[in-house]
Design a binder for this molecule. Structure first.
Ligand SMILES: *Cc1c(COP(=O)(O)O)cnc(C)c1O
Length: 358
């Protein structure tokens, strides 16, 4: 059986298949989303995610179709005029593009592909209402450390801070007493099939959205922050949601809590170190991100001395490991290796052995 080291969709977490089987056994695909059975499923996912992320009381856990949707929702609901984006790759750029497409005044600080941000160098425009950070830029394998994001918020308490943690959650140790909002989708580090976005938002976000609505701004229809939040209070959703996905997410989050998020973070660090140490010594591969503190723990990007497509083919032929290709223009020169909880140290070591043998 293939092992996927692709950065999303990614390898399924080992318990996922069993949770889906149990969901089918319990007819979860057919129950009403206005039933107490569904409300219990939502509440369970909420409790487990709250524990996993250490969420304070005044935050909501909301469900959408995808993380891409949440980029749009967060801009529509909390930016009256101006947003500010830290842009250093394709995903952070898309967030910035969405703001322009929505006719907001989008400011950005740009860094070249493969470079990251530290709080000390970030100058936030005076009138920016929302600061948009990407905890892990999946296209280039660059992370922004939680401590740097916290510093930005501490220096700009009057502004809202939004974190795209799609390709790293629950790895970043974010303090949700500081950070106002964050989001992820389930097909990355939660090791589930795609089709569910998770939006964490606090009451300041809700208050902003309600103020905008009052002023006649369009904050969206079924997935406006006020409508999501109103439904959340009864553990419901405005539309018929991905009930199976919400059920399995609650179960996976429970599995993660059982392992312990700190243990998981350490394990991620251990696997990342093994991969980077291998690349340092290899004459076939180089580490792409030069600044060690910006190097992603969850998506390892390596430069290849030979055609990346050939490397990917050989690794698959030899060991049935599926690697991610470089993003966009980097397709021919880079490989991307997802270091998510679904792959264990043994599997990472087996991949390293294969990479070393080609
Ligand atoms: C994958 C990804 C997204 C988009 O997620 P979807 O589930 O495809 O909507 C957004 N941001 C980052 C950093 C990602 O890696």
């Amino acid at each position: 059986m293939s092992t996927f080291f692709t950065p999303g969709p990614a390898a399924l977490f080992p318990t996922v298949e069993g949770h889906y089987a149990e969901a089918f056994r319990q007819n979860i695909g057919s129950i009403s989303h206005r039933s107490s059975a569904f409300r219990k499923i939502y509440q369970h996912a909420d409790e487990q995610l709250r524990q996993l992320f250490g969420l304070p009381k005044e935050t909501a856990v909301l469900f959408t179709g995808s993380a891409t949707e949440i980029w749009e929702r967060v801009l529509m609901n909390t930016v009256e005029h101006e947003s500010f984006h830290l842009v250093n790759g394709s995903f952070s750029k898309k967030f910035f593009d969405f703001s322009q497409e929505l006719h907001k005044y989008a400011h950005a600080m740009h860094k070249p592909f493969g470079e990251g941000f530290d709080a000390a160098e970030v100058i936030v425009p005076e009138y920016a209402e929302l600061i948009c950070c990407t905890a892990n830029e999946t296209s280039s394998g660059v992370q922004m450390r939680a401590a740097e994001i916290h510093k930005i918020k501490k220096a700009h308490k009057d502004k809202l801070v939004m974190v795209d943690m799609v390709s790293s959650a629950p790895y970043p140790n974010l303090d949700f007493n500081l950070v106002d909002s964050a989001m992820f989708s389930v097909q990355k580090a939660f090791g589930m099939p795609a089709g569910l976005g998770v939006w964490i938002a606090n009451e300041k976000m809700l208050a902003k959205s309600e103020r905008m609505k009052l002023h006649g701004d369009t904050v969206g229809t079924y997935h406006s922050l006020p409508s999501l939040w109103e439904n959340y209070k009864k553990f419901e959703t405005p539309e018929t949601p991905n009930v199976m996905g919400i059920y399995v997410l609650g179960k996976v989050a429970e599995d993660y809590n059982r392992i312990g998020v700190d243990v998981m973070r350490k394990e991620t660090d251990r696997k990342a170190k093994a991969l980077y140490d291998f690349a340092k010594k290899s004459d076939q591969f180089d580490i792409f991100v030069t600044n060690e503190s910006h190097r992603s723990a969850t998506v390892v990007v390596l430069n290849c001395k030979t055609l990346a497509g050939e490397v990917i083919k050989q690794v698959q032929a030899k060991s049935d490991f599926i690697l991610g290709a470089g993003y966009g223009k980097m397709k021919e020169t880079q490989i991307r290796i997802a270091n998510f909880p679904a792959v264990n140290l043994e599997q990472v070591e087996a991949l390293i052995a294969t990479l070393g043998s080609i």
